[in-house]
Design a protein around this ligand. Structure first.
Ligand code: NAD
Length: 469
């Protein structure tokens, strides 16, 4: 692949630019030839994608291990099985999703046929991130294929082993005239974005999301932006503190904290904090042992840049658990920070690492006020045994998704839309929502060319006519 050739950089870049355009042209002509319209074709491609996952399972887990030291269980759970169930759902639902939707009519169209046709957009670009590089690249691909589009898949160059695996192996399964993997870093992706796509689906950080949206605006291309942010987690005085600690630890330290949906910080009263810190310490010991560095169940930070970025946040507030780092391994221990101030750097950016700041507040009202002062997040978490408390958060805050008494789990339900609001993104996907995202709802009215008598009322001259309003 072009990017792996290390000879003359100039030559490589020119070759890559030309190939980007060639690829796009090839996909566009396949789309215009109607190749992806056929339901049978879509089903065959979804099955091929399932085969890719099945036959390369070991290699996929290996590249995730190389990129992120992902424990096999986490790879199976959060990368492979979710994509597999998305494919299964699309396979079993495609014919009903694709059906024209007949709609109610008015007097003037009584004898006609009115329906919504689920039209594919055309050539779609999917740009993936590095933290779940299989799941977040292939899950949207399922919806895009189901909806009948041609797709360019642009995996993250940061998770380089997975990128290479997708580039080398995925094209062996999918139709080459309709689907392609393009490897590109930030500069080449900017160049790729100069081309006209019919839809862009981007997952990544908010800053790059704005760049993608600005590039899309030049062609008036619609976008879905799946972005990040700081997900608040309120822990009420009335809750099962041990269960809360287990669920918060799991969702914070899963994938070494590099999860867009992870609880980013905890808000609770001082009394709850003291109990919670003890329970979290016990949980981390239970999950990862005395020395988490030797635990096979804790991942690593993706690269040096992020290792230094997250390590720098450890000087905020006071460490009550963890804090150890090892640059050679890109290891950061599961860490808890207390006495953190709202103005500290750790509260300015998404942490995206195994670090959990706990901020004390006076109670529910102050927590809600704190949350509403900030940009809207991808998720809001509330731990409480009182349903009124949960309801208060539901009614008085706003975020992409919401989960009471657990973390991350709402995103595993394909019957729920997944997506952000405000700075955490726009648009939604998963299951039927993915199919709808990648379809244009074409408004269709089919009339007969006869029955002209019925039309006379609307033609000029209008004198002597009224609509009876
Ligand atoms: P990123 O924005 O750095 O990169 C995402 C993709 O954009 C990559 O493929 C990259 O090559 C490309 N890219 C980077 N710079 C670019 C530029 N200047 N122009 C064009 N393309 C460019 O994001 P990341 O670091 O890979 O992922 C982490 C971020 O993604 C976090 O903020 C996280 O919260 C967010 N995220 C969101 C979701 C979600 O579903 N909402 C899921 C995972 C991650």
């Amino acid at each position: 692949h072009c990017r792996y050739i290390t000879v003359s950089r100039m030559v490589v870049e020119v070759a890559q630019m030309a190939s980007q355009e060639e690829v796009l042209e090839r996909l566009r002509s396949s789309f215009l030839a109607g190749k992806t319209r056929d339901a049978k074709f879509r089903l065959s491609q979804l099955e091929a994608l399932a085969r890719f996952l099945e036959e390369n399972r070991k290699e996929i887990c290996h590249s995730l291990k190389m990129d992120l030291s992902k424990p096999q269980f986490e790879s199976e759970l959060s990368e492979l099985s979710l994509v597999r169930s998305e494919i299964n759902l699309a396979l079993s639902s495609l014919s009903s999703w694709m059906k024209d939707e007949y709609v109610t009519k008015n007097l003037a169209t009584t004898f006609d046929t009115a329906f919504i046709r689920k039209d594919p957009f055309g050539v779609v670009l999917i740009i993936g991130p590095w933290n779940y590089p299989v799941h977040l690249t292939l899950l949207p691909l399922v919806g895009a294929i189901a909806a009948g589009n041609c797709v360019i898949i642009k995996p993250s160059e940061i998770s380089q082993h997975t990128e290479r695996l997708l580039a080398d192996h995925l094209p062996r399964y999918l139709d080459k005239d309709c689907f392609a993997v393009i490897c590109a870093g930030a500069d080449d992706t900017s160049r790729l974005l100069e081309n006209k796509f019919d839809y862009i689906f981007f997952t990544g950080n908010t800053h790059v999301g704005k760049i993608v949206m600005a590039a899309a605006a030049k062609h008036l291309t619609p976008v879905t932006l799946e972005l990040g942010g700081k997900n608040p987690c309120y822990v009420d005085e009335e809750c099962d503190i041990n269960n809360a600690a287990r669920r918060i630890s799991w969702s914070r330290y899963f994938n070494a904290g590099q999860t867009c949906l992870a609880p980013d910080y905890v808000l609770c009263t001082q009394k709850t904090r003291d109990q919670l810190v003890e329970a979290l310490k016990a949980t981390v010991m239970e999950f990862y042992g005395q020395d988490p560095k030797v635990s096979p169940d804790l991942g690593r930070i993706i690269n040096n840049r992020h290792f230094h970025r997250v390590s720098a946040l450890l000087s905020n507030g006071n460490i009550v658990l963890g804090g150890q780092t090892d640059e050679a391994e890109k290891y950061i221990a599961p860490t808890i920070l207390i006495d953190v101030k709202e103005s500290d750097p750790v509260m300015q950016e998404e942490i995206f690492g195994p670090v959990l700041p706990i901020l004390t507040i006076s109670g529910l009202d102050m927590a809600i006020e704190f949350i509403n002062r900030r940009e809207r997040s991808l998720a809001t978490y509330v731990y409480s045994s009182k349903s009124q408390v949960v309801q208060q958060f539901l009614e008085r805050t706003s975020s992409g998704g919401f989960c009471a008494n657990d973390g991350l789990l709402h995103s595993t339900l394909m019957s729920l839309p997944f997506g952000g609001i405000g700075h955490s993104g726009m648009g939604k996907y998963h299951g039927k929502f993915s199919f709808d995202t990648f379809c244009h709802q074409r408004a269709c009215l089919l009339r007969s060319d006869g029955r002209e008598k019925l039309n006379e009322i609307r033609y000029p001259p209008y004198t002597q006519r009224h609509l009876g309003m």
